[in-house]
Design a protein around this ligand. Structure first.
Ligand code: B12
Ligand code: SF4
Ligand code: SF4
Length: 315
């Protein structure tokens, strides 16, 4: 029932994992944090026990339902303009889109299994809570974690948002699938800042972190490596052969893009006013980065045609 309901609500995939302690991940996470890989995202070091055991976050939790929403767009941005990552194309911030759909899934589950199947505490998560969402997606059989650390779903690729619903009831659990990265290292080789090594990411070097999360100045050694990215970075995703094979445009109306922005040229971005920014991005995920930050990054980037053409990549 749960998976059928998720698909009928419009999610592209759904899997279920048993709520358990993530002991291997706890070890990995501790060493990742000790090396300072989380940069200034101090929240990642907080709530360690809750992050590595969902039952500490939602005490009655027995099952972790994981849903995916494909966000690969139909139309790609003008490639010589400063680039915004595809997750940020939509008019409406994806967090809101995911949460509304998850609430509907929760309603249908409660109709079927009763209200006691969910906790009175927070149990719907997208991005913002101490939950290792990619690991749960992997445990729920929805794909494997690529060397670029993202979840690759066989059939959808990695351009998917992940959402989590924790339930107080048992369910039939899925099993993880095999990692199919093999000897490929395209994402590692293509990363302009060498932010990925051994399937682990150093956020200090990641353009996505620098352009979205970093509230301070971008370190000067990275200025020439921003590769025309102004909000997020899709380089390691774009070069992945599995995305070439599986990424197909979504048809989710809720993720309709801010069409005019996709056609903006370099001059439009460079002359962007606060009024233009607020009117285009008022409800979008880009609002979070803020006008000043976006303007500063545009000033640092050197507009050039993106060298990565997904269509020309061989599998
Ligand atoms: C912080 C964060 C970031 C940071 C740090 C990214 C990172 N790799 O940790 C920054 C700002 C850089 C970032 C960037 C992006 N992000 Co982000 N991010 C998050 C967030 C909020 C937390 C991730 C986290 O916990 N990181 C800590 C690391 C250690 O955890 P982890 O990477 O999940 O790895 C765990 C497991 O994979 C496992 N593991 C990994 N390797 C190994 C090895 C061993 C031996 C073991 C035992 C375990 C293990 O253990 C880890 C935990 O201990 C999640 C949402 C969430 N709550 O999960 C979104 C999330 C991961 N981001 C997402 C997206 C879309 C992106 C971007 C693509 C956006 C963009 N285009 O710019 C980029 C991708 C960059 C990249 N290559 O990862 C999506 C990923 C969707 C997907 N299909 O994978 C998420 C899930 C948000 C969502 N709800 O959809 N992000
Ligand atoms: S998002 Fe960009 S900077 Fe970050 S790991 Fe991927 S290619 Fe490197
Ligand atoms: S580019 Fe290659 S190594 Fe990187 S995630 Fe894709 S298949 Fe794995």
């Amino acid at each position: 029932m749960i998976k059928n309901a998720a698909l009928s609500i419009g999610f592209d995939a759904c899997g279920i994992a048993k709520a358990d302690e993530l002991s291997d991940d706890a070890e990995f996470l501790q060493s990742w944090l000790q090396k300072g890989n989380h940069a200034e995202m101090s929240y990642l070091a907080r709530n360690f026990e809750k992050r590595t055991d969902p039952r500490k976050l939602v005490p009655e939790c027995k099952s972790v339902v994981v849903v995916l929403l494909n966000y690969y767009p139909k139309q790609i941005q003008n490639t010589i303009a400063p680039q915004i990552a595809k997750f940020s194309y939509s008019k409406i911030d994806y967090h809101l889109v995911m949460k509304l759909k998850l609430r509907e899934l929760e309603r249908q589950i409660c109709d079927c299994y009763g209200h006691e199947s969910v906790s009175d505490n927070q149990h719907v998560f997208v991005d913002s809570a101490p939950v290792l969402e990619r690991r749960w997606a992997e445990r729920a059989g929805l794909g494997w974690l690529g060397k670029h650390t993202q979840l690759i779903h066989p059939g959808l690729g990695s351009y998917t948002f992940i959402g989590i619903l924790m339930l107080n009831i048992d369910a039939e659990y899925d099993v993880p699938i095999r990692n199919k990265c093999g000897n490929c290292t395209r994402c590692v080789d293509a990363c302009p800042t060498q932010a990925i090594s051994n399937g682990s990411l150093d956020a200090r070097k990641c353009i996505s972190y620098q352009t979205i999360e970093n509230k301070n100045e971008i370190p000067s050694e990275l200025h020439t490596k921003l590769s025309n990215c102004i909000i997020g970075c899709d380089i390691c995703s774009d070069v992945c052969p599995w995305n070439k094979k599986w990424s197909k445009p979504h048809s989710h109306e809720e993720l309709a893009p801010i069409s005019e922005v996709l056609g903006w040229d370099i001059a439009k971005w460079q002359n962007l006013s606060k009024v233009d920014f607020d009117s285009a991005f008022g409800n979008s995920a880009i609002k979070r980065a803020g006008f000043q930050k976006v303007k500063q990054i545009i000033a640092l980037t050197k507009p050039e045609k993106s060298e990565i053409n997904v269509e020309n990549l061989d599998l």
